[in-house]
Design a protein around this ligand. Structure first.
Ligand code: FES
Ligand SMILES: [Fe+2]
Length: 324
């Protein structure tokens, strides 16, 4: 594959009579370079997470994607043809044009410490010299759009950084992600990097459990052992707090038709278990992949299992349609 970096492209276009204005925007955060690489390659989050852009991919290869994006700028929808490709180690390049303006963008990322990464995005606005007066206006619009995109993207990266600090990693850490692999939202990509110890068993007494009528109960923390208990239609629904695909936290997701939809890629997660409310005092324990629920006459006991994280697809979970 032959790819051109931003600078190579600019060199050719400058020779053809174009002039460019360049500027850089930088983000540093508590995440790994892989999280930045993943975030920039990740196709499905675009239409689910980002409010101002709607992408319609036309061709997706391992390292290239072309799409028509509908981008909202100051309330106006601009159709943009975008070509986006992996252009070198820790680098991604994309370009688009609008009327007689060309925009070439290059994003690079580097590690600046343990779970700390710097991402630099360089924008090059190009046109014939007589359109150069427009460059500062375009720059202002791009900066505003960048801030908006980052306000939605950075929490994803930081969440993965948090999971890494807890000892998790991702099956796809290492080589650059491919665009196409990000479409498999039923994959379970979380792995453990260290020997994680399950939390000690907990017990929720009847008084504590009664509070679930007003507010969901969250147990332990939002890792693969964390549970969210919610009362619906005479049932106690038991949901995971962590999406096994890429690690999103599910705590704030609305429960609708007894399921939650992951905020990152739209995977639909059904309850891991449901118990009648109130349950009979002689109820049987419920064995789950990482938990054992022990309902009895005095409340609910929860034990946490040391089962390794698995990459299997759970056929009981539904994929949301990724409508490309
Ligand atoms: S993190 Fe991808 S669907 Fe949840
Ligand atoms: Fe994004």
């Amino acid at each position: 594959m032959i790819t051109k970096s931003k600078d190579e492209l600019i060199g050719k276009l400058t020779a053809a009579g174009f002039v460019f204005s360049q500027f850089r925007l930088v983000n540093e955060g508590d995440y790994e370079t892989y999280d930045a690489d993943w975030n920039y390659k990740d196709i499905p989050h675009l239409n689910i997470l980002h409010k101002l852009v709607n992408g319609f991919p036309t061709s997706i290869e391992e390292h290239v994607i072309t799409s028509v994006n509908l981008q909202k700028v100051m309330g106006v929808v601009l159709p943009m043809v975008v070509v986006n490709y992996h252009s070198g180690k820790n680098r991604q390049t994309y370009y688009t044009s609008f009327l007689s303006l060309l925009l070439i963008v290059e994003t690079t990322w580097e590690s600046i410490g343990e779970i700390r990464t710097r991402v630099v995005t360089t924008y090059a606005i190009g046109s014939k010299w007589y359109m150069k007066l427009l460059h500062p206006i375009v720059r202002r619009l791009i900066t505003r759009n960048y801030e908006n995109l980052m306000s939605e993207d950075i929490p994803m990266r930081s969440r993965r950084g948090e999971l890494r600090k807890w000892g998790y990693g991702f099956r796809t850490d290492g080589p650059p992600h491919t665009f196409i692999s990000t479409l498999h939202i039923l994959d379970e990509n979380m792995v453990t990097k260290v020997d994680l110890q399950p939390p000690p068993p907990i017990r929720l007494g009847l008084e504590e459990l009664a509070k679930v009528a007003q507010e969901d109960i969250l147990t332990t923390r939002s890792d693969h052992w964390g549970l969210r208990l919610s009362a619906r239609d005479g049932q106690l629904l038991v949901f995971p707090r962590l999406c096994p695909h890429e690690g999103a936290c599910l705590d704030r997701q609305e429960i609708s038709t007894n399921s939650v939809r992951c905020p990152w890629h739209g995977r639909v997660l059904r309850p891991l278990a449901s118990l009648p409310l109130p349950w009979p005092a002689d109820s049987d324990p419920v064995d789950l992949r990482y938990h054992r629920l022990i309902p009895d006459g005095n409340g609910l006991g929860i034990e946490f299992k040391d089962t390794p994280l698995a990459a299997r697809i759970d056929p009981n979970e539904q994929a949301a349609d990724i409508d490309l």
